[in-house]
Design a protein around this ligand. Structure first.
Ligand code: ATP
Ligand code: MG
Length: 273
């Protein structure tokens, strides 16, 4: 592909992403801001440029790959006019660059063993793409995979972890780790639908409607800003005795439950005597 047509294929707004060679390349963005499409185009293009590079694609659950990352990477080979050079297999789920045997491997965090024991036939595992990284609630899960991308590489090669996600809540570890602490190894970007020239006018109208009528959603889905933490919810309950009555003589009526929203899907229980 010539450079000019590559530029047209990717469009605007992703120059830093495309050129980045740092270890962590992290994009938070609104809906439809080209995060996934640009990530798949980059990985196909660079694997063809670097004949020893293999890529790991991670999602929280393995069975979501087939209809997302796998299908999108296949689409990217067609978009770049190189689909005849790639083989996409569903069992096991993988993509192979036919001229060299380089592979794109797909894994889910729901099968941790499949992640720690990855070997490749040709070359090195030097890249990992975490799609919908917001779903990775446990930072340790990320760190384990980070550790698997290691070792010396030949000249011209680099190790890189790419993370793409919608920033639903500012309390997520991704914010503190990549956006609040400047690090020369990290490129942290925010993108919005405004840089997506491939959207139709009807799509843009949807965003405009959201801006007017659902400003909170628009903040995240339109502007790619961190969602605000939820207001603390406090619920106090009194335990009942075995007959379902609240009895002052029953010792456990003295126990109160306090629920505190910390981050989505996580609650802390405090027992107050
Ligand atoms: N380079 C491209 N060539 C053609 N179409 C594109 C390109 N980039 C984006 N698009 C179009 O824009 C749509 C949105 O892009 P994409 O799915 O990458 O956004 P996203 O930021 O990942 O959105 P979400 O937050 O919903 O996951 C795609 O479905 C596709 O139709
Ligand atoms: Mg996406």
């Amino acid at each position: 592909m010539s450079e000019v047509s590559l530029q047209q294929t990717i469009g605007k707004g992703y120059v830093d992403f495309w050129r980045c060679r740092g270890r962590y390349r992290v994009i938070k963005g609104g809906r439809g801001s080209k995060k996934s499409v640009t990530a798949v185009l980059w990985h196909i293009y660079h694997m063809m440029k670097l004949p020893l590079a293999n890529t790991l694609v991670i999602r929280k659950t393995f069975n979501t790959h087939k209809v997302s990352t796998f299908a999108q990477l296949k689409w990217a080979t067609r978009r770049l006019g190189v689909d005849h050079l790639w083989q996409f297999k569903k069992s096991p789920l993988e993509a192979t660059y036919k001229p060299t045997g380089q592979k794109i491997l797909f894994r889910g965090l729901d099968d941790p063993m499949s992640i720690t024991s990855i070997t490749v036939d040709t070359g090195y595992l030097c890249g990992a793409w975490f799609e919908e990284a917001y779903q990775i609630l446990n930072e340790d899960d990320f760190d384990k995979i980070d550790m698997s991308i290691r070792g010396e590489l030949p000249e011209g090669y680099f190790k890189q972890l790419t993370l793409t996600f919608n920033p639903w809540n500012e309390r997520h570890w991704l914010k503190q780790r990549f956006f609040d602490m400047p690090n020369p190894n990290t490129l942290a970007l925010t993108t919005t639908f405004q840089c997506n020239e491939f959207l139709g006018d009807d799509d843009r109208e949807l965003f405009e409607w959201m801006r007017k009528h659902k400003p909170k959603r628009y903040r995240v889905e339109g502007e790619g800003n961190w969602g605000l933490r939820k207001a603390r919810s406090l619920r106090i309950g009194v335990r009942k005795n075995l007959n379902g009555e609240i009895s002052p003589s029953c010792p456990i009526t003295k126990l109160y439950l306090v629920w505190i929203s910390v981050i989505p899907m996580t609650r802390v229980l405090l027992w107050l005597p």
